[in-house]
Design a protein around this ligand. Structure first.
Ligand code: C5P
Length: 238
């Protein structure tokens, strides 16, 4: 299970200062809408100057017509990122177009499709999709699997059902992790590290519990240590 840290701070300098303290750690860094809209491609290049080993996850959650999505994904890949997101509800044609366009890239980024946002509870989800959350999230993730993407963004509570419905190697990336019982904020389907591990999540995303803490470095070290300890307790396949 790998840790992605969301860089959602209110100023570029604060995101960079946070990363400077985390230099040398085995982490992914997530650039989302706030940071990318404000600081753009040059921000991503600056991240690499802090530590070339930081893996970059560009979380723009693409959703548009197939041609526009394929073009946008190709432009993301040209930046040199390692992972990007799109919405699975954009449909198979759009996702297949993205994967076809990316196949020309020498170093293709991993592509993850959002199933159901972790800020939805069942009621909020059904009000929009008119379908039960877990069933529909699994259905959307399956569309993604059939379209050739690498994995699904989901909550810890759908991770195993998605793997069962698709393939054990279809990756899951789970936001809304609250490692040590922190405030849920706007998230609804939150879970801790043990739950994420038991649900076979391949990547976890954590933002506010890290960057809003007084000592982000020690929180990150504690998270990495807990992941490692859980790994040993449960064996390498867990
Ligand atoms: O601060 P917090 O840990 O809640 O941050 C979660 C991060 O994961 C945010 O950057 C959010 O945009 C992102 N995310 C999410 N739910 C998804 C996909 C991404 O919370 N389904």
């Amino acid at each position: 299970m790998q840790l992605c840290i969301a860089l959602d701070l209110e100023e570029k300098s604060k995101n960079l200062a946070l990363l400077a303290t985390l230099k040398g750690l085995d982490i992914w860094v997530k650039v989302g809408l706030r940071s990318y809209i404000r600081d753009g491609v040059s921000f991503i290049k600056e991240i690499k100057t802090i530590d070339t080993n930081f893996k970059i996850f560009l979380d723009l959650k693409l959703y548009d017509i197939p041609n526009t999505m394929a073009d946008a994904a190709f432009e993301c890949a040209k930046i040199g990122i390692d992972m990007l997101t799109l919405h699975t509800s954009s449909g198979k044609v759009a996702m297949q177009s993205v994967m076809e366009r990316l196949s020309a890239c020498p170093k293709r980024p991993l592509v993850f499709g959002v199933s159901a946002l972790t800020s939805f509870d069942s009621e909020g989800f059904e009000a929009i999709y008119n379908a039960p959350l877990e069933k529909h999230a699994t259905f959307l993730a399956t569309l993604g699997y059939q379209s050739g993407i690498d994995g699904a963004v989901c909550s810890v509570y759908e991770s195993q059902a998605i793997k069962q419905a698709t393939h054990p190697g279809f990756l899951t990336l789970t936001p809304a992790i609250r490692p040590f019982n922190e405030d849920k904020n706007d998230q609804k389907r939150t879970a801790d590290l043990t739950q994420a591990k038991n649900a076979l999540a391949d990547f976890i995303v954590i933002g506010r519990p890290i960057y809003q803490s007084k000592d982000p470095l020690s929180v990150v070290k504690k998270i990495l240590h807990t992941i490692e300890a859980t790994h040993h307790m449960q064996g390498p396949t867990a």
